[in-house]
Design a protein around this ligand. Sequence first.
Ligand SMILES: [Zn+2]
Length: 228
Amino acid sequence: MKLSGMILVCALIFSTYTNASEAIGYYSSGKLKDGDSIIERGTPVHKLFMQRGRFFGTQIMQDTISDAADFVRQTYPDAEQLQIGDIAQKGGGVLKEHGSHQNGLDADIVYLTKNKKLQSQNAAFWEEEFVKNGVVSENLDLERSLNLFRYLVTTHPVERIFVDVAIKKAFCTYAKKNNLLTDKDYVEALRRLRVEDLHTNHFHMRLTCPKTDMSCKSQAAVPAGSGC
Ligand SMILES: [Zn+2]
């Protein structure tokens, strides 16, 4: 092939690559270009709030959710399918009921449970609360959920995982009791668990800006240590 031909092929490959999804701006003031729909892609998850249409994320978000679902299925064959709440709407932008979820890098996911019960796909709101009067429900499977977090933070560009204050405490207590704080991967998982209100019924997974997305604005790094 002549040099000019090779340059053309390279340019085509590069443009196909860069024409992939793009996260623009910040999590709470951004947009999503050419996002992937979790429904069209047929990702094997249990999508909640179907009527809201918030199926869209960056490609890396779609891959992360798909890999998380695979991890759960392979590690715990009897587990419920991974339950996904809102990601972003087509094109991203402001989403009612959320401060963020604007650039395709945020997704809400139900904690793994002991009774493995799936919520209705068309309910208007979460059907299960995992914290009542400051006490974490027995039904929240701490072991499975923490192992899912550990998998996510060590294999995917997960920036933060927002959880309720009582839930973070419960994970810390569980980790101490089972002597997990000597394992750097568990410490890393706990480090990424950030306390945030309104996360008693789900956790919120936030990904870092993809390197290719030049106008994506990153968040300050999470401080070192488990925070327990
Ligand atoms: Zn969220």
